[in-house]
Design a protein around this ligand. Structure first.
Ligand SMILES: Cc1cc2nc3c(=O)[nH]c(=O)nc-3n(C[C@H](O)[C@H](O)[C@H](O)COP(=O)(O)O)c2cc1C
Ligand code: SF4
Length: 443
């Protein structure tokens, strides 16, 4: 497999500077794109097999094709740079090292979907990257690569504007519908879908939302052709991915490599193996919300959407979190759950209440006051959250609990008292006077 291919982060010194970007062929893809029809471009991106890098791995070209062709409303493009999933830290590399390729990708996408305005939504705390991205936009504006001057620069009738929108620092604002609410100036509550953003997005108008990395791939697909892209990496999930590797590895960081690379190769050859040569206990392959994998079952697992699904997990944002044999998984799970409890917007009951119940139960386990029933209670609460909420934050909170307990039950059994059990499964209700009084509890 060709490992040296770099699409979104080429190793060219000072590529973040506009002149360097242009000297290296920057904006040639946009020039080429503006001579083609929008439908042709959508078809090329569809055929390339490019899938979203923001978590769900949905076909980018197919998403663009959902935008209505005939509408009298303005259309919008929103670029998702909220990047708040624990273990995920790759989009900011693009803001820092290759912002103009993102800009060029935005121009081509706007042209393809018929949008005149694009917003780059960046998490508010990312001051450095907001500043760097704004500088790149200012430079591109003054060179006539964005805005009305595009007409002269690219000899085209098409032009569009790009704005940065700073979030206020909320994980939920990375969810596409709450991102739109936040952009409109409202509280970042997710919206019920349908209607989907292409039907009713920003200010009720057709909107496409894509991740930063997804759109940064677009210029290279147009420049080199969809066949070229479709042959890189895994057949059904082609291209490269920015793998963000963290945890107990010798060389944590962001690495651009083809999809479909072996997870073990990524950990041992690319990230330098496990610190202190310890064994791996657990790996979360796609950011903290994805189902964790057992360290003794990593052989043969490849890093693409299909392979990870078959292995019982998901590619997510390709944020690979490695935990060695000495890791206390109870504390890891409690920390992850605390994050989702804190970030729940509170709009729907299973997520708002369930994340809190899971956290309380895990803390009870840490304090040594849990019973053997608590493991099943946790799985039951997680099952009641999953699929029953307005947005996927509910699933994100439920999966780590459900799969960690299922796959590492032995680890959690160590923390519970087997000789204590309660007569009813749901001990929260058991605290109420309507069920068996606590004095009758078998001890
Ligand atoms: C709770 C939650 C947080 C999310 N955070 C992000 C994020 O920070 N960045 C991102 O690109 N997608 C995030 N997503 C996924 C987006 O909703 C959306 O699917 C994505 O931006 C689409 O882009 P893509 O198709 O290019 O991947 C999140 C989803 C959920 C449910
Ligand atoms: S699942 Fe959680 S974060 Fe999503 S809308 Fe419901 S309460 Fe809010």
């Amino acid at each position: 497999m060709e490992q040296n291919i770099k699409i979104v982060l080429p190793e060219i010194p000072n590529l973040h500077e506009l002149d360097v970007y242009i000297q290296n062929g920057g904006f040639n893809a946009a020039k080429k794109a503006f001579t083609q029809s929008p439908d042709d471009l959508i078809e090329q991106v569809k055929k390339s097999g490019l899938r979203g890098r923001g978590g769900a791995a949905f076909s980018a070209g197919l998403k663009w094709s959902f935008m209505p062709k005939t509408t009298d409303k303005p259309k919008y493009l929103a670029i998702n740079g909220d990047e708040s999933e624990p273990g995920s830290f790759k989009d900011r590399q693009i803001f820092e090292y290759n912002p103009h390729q993102l800009i060029e990708g935005i121009l081509i996408t706007c042209y393809a979907i018929g949008a005149k305005t694009a917003y780059i939504y960046i998490r508010g705390e990312y001051h450095k990257w907001i500043r760097l991205m704004q500088k790149a936009l200012d430079d591109a504006y003054s060179k006539g690569c964005i805005g009305e001057k595009m007409k002269d620069t690219f000899n085209t009738e098409f032009f569009c504007d790009i704005y940065i929108h700073k979030g206020a620092g909320a994980y939920i604002c990375g969810e596409e519908s709450s991102l739109m609410n936040s952009l409109e100036g409202h509280r970042g509550y997710p919206r019920v879908k349908p209607p989907f953003p292409a039907q009713r997005g920003l200010w009720g108008c057709p909107t496409t939302i894509n991740n930063v990395e997804t759109i940064t791939n677009v210029p290279k697909i147009i420049e080199n052709g969809w066949e070229w892209f479709s042959k890189i990496g895994a057949e059904k999930h082609p291209g490269t991915i920015l793998y963000g590797i963290s945890g107990h590895v010798n060389k944590p960081g962001v690495y651009e490599l083809p999809t479909g690379i072996l997870l073990t190769e990524l950990i041992y050859d690319i990230a330098g193996g496990v610190a202190g040569n310890k064994k791996i206990k657990c790996v979360i392959p796609g950011g903290s919300s994805m189902p964790p994998l057992r360290g003794d079952q990593l052989e043969g697992i490849r890093m693409d959407a299909e392979s990870l699904k078959a292995a019982g997990s998901a590619i997510g944002t390709a944020g690979v979190m490695v935990m060695d044999e000495d890791t206390d998984l109870l504390r890891v799970l409690a920390r992850i759950t605390k994050f989702y409890y804190h970030e729940s917007c509170g709009q729907c009951t299973p997520c708002r209440e369930g994340t809190g119940w899971m956290l309380k139960t895990l803390n009870r386990m840490i304090e040594g006051n849990a019973t053997s029933d608590d493991i099943d209670l946790l799985i039951e609460v997680a099952n009641n959250i999953e699929g029953n909420t307005v947005c996927a934050l509910g699933d994100a909170a439920a999966w780590p609990v459900k799969f960690m307990l299922d796959r590492f039950r032995d680890e959690f059994e160590k923390y519970v008292k087997t000789d204590v059990s309660l007569p009813v499964r749901n001990k929260v209700h058991a605290m109420r006077g309507t069920v068996v009084p606590l004095v009758d509890v078998k001890r």
